[in-house]
Design a protein around this ligand. Structure first.
Ligand SMILES: C[S@@+](CC[C@H](N)C(=O)[O-])C[C@H]1O[C@@H](n2cnc3c(N)ncnc32)[C@H](O)[C@@H]1O
Length: 270
């Protein structure tokens, strides 16, 4: 394992690359976490050292970059996370949109899909159907291929699904094993998952989103990247469209055009 010391040049060089290219920042007090994650990538890949791994990363070897991105990102997520903002989404956005109106929603750091399917379940509850596509389209993007594969499968432990409110659980989840449940087909069809790095300046998206969820990701980024990300999202939402962040991530201090509505909720001027 690399010595997690703020004077270790190899570790600092890896930190700089990760910050510049993935937007994820490891401050000095988290260098021990970075060090152990780099060591685990090296061990898993059978690469001789972190130095060799970083040489492959610099050379642009796709699998090396993918393995590194996966190891340094934290995929922790769960169904119906942060109820107050979800209540706002349900009552002030979905319920006030005509039932037949198209809705394009983006979960911009979707991890293993819990956020995208939570959104789908809330819309399904208001619209009274699990057949949402093609009128409702939910895009989930993430940098981690492993997380995206889990999202696409749409299968979870029943213990994780206990967070889903009872009425929605009955309607939106089918049991597929003694301890496993699967999101029903109608909701899965409304959700598409793609790999995308938020920290790159160009995104392969055409915009027109009504709502973007960008939660529990901004705080990994330095404020310059945070501003670039939320400003880019601004350009991709329709006038009057919404940005939902985690309540602990504030967009107010950044130089943006987003109008603060309530903690974790921002709006593009109509
Ligand atoms: C803590 S999870 C948040 C998941 C979900 N949004 C939530 O609030 O529960 C953060 C996710 O961001 C992803 N991530 C980290 N850096 C990223 C980047 N530069 N571009 C896209 N996704 C990234 C990670 O892979 C991880 O799945």
């Amino acid at each position: 394992m690399l010595v997690p010391n703020a004077a270790n040049p190899e570790l600092l060089a890896a930190r700089d690359w990760i910050s510049t290219h993935l937007g994820i920042h490891f401050p000095n007090e988290k260098l021990d976490i970075l060090s152990s994650r780099l060591s685990s990538v090296v061990a898993k890949r059978g690469t001789p050292s972190v130095e060799v791994l970083m040489q492959e990363v610099h050379a642009g070897t796709p699998q090396a970059r993918l393995d590194l991105a996966q190891a340094v990102s934290t995929n922790h997520t769960f169904f119906f996370r942060e109820q107050p903002t979800l209540d706002f989404f349900k009552k002030e956005i979905v319920a006030k949109t005509p039932n037949t109106a198209p809705m394009r929603i983006w979960s911009a750091a979707s991890s293993s899909g819990e956020e995208a399917y939570t959104i789908a379940m809330i819309v399904s509850g208001i619209r009274g159907t699990t057949s949402l596509a093609p009128n409702v389209a939910i895009l989930g993007t993430d940098i981690s291929q492993r997380a995206l594969a889990a999202a696409e499968a749409g299968e979870y432990d029943l213990s994780a699904l206990e967070r889903v409110p009872g009425d929605l659980r009955q309607r939106c989840i089918e049991t597929v094993g003694p301890k496993r449940g699967k999101i029903v087909e109608g909701l899965r069809q409304a959700c598409v998952f793609r790999r995308m790095n938020l920290a790159t300046p160009q995104w392969p998206l055409k915009g027109g989103f009504n709502v973007v969820f960008c939660r529990n990701i901004l705080y990994y980024f330095e404020s310059r990247t945070q501003a670039a990300v939320v400003n880019h999202i601004y350009d991709l939402v329709v006038p009057g469209g919404w940005l939902i962040t985690s309540v602990s991530e504030t967009v107010r201090n950044l130089d943006t055009k987003w109008l603060p509505i309530e903690p974790g909720v921002y709006r593009r001027a109509p």
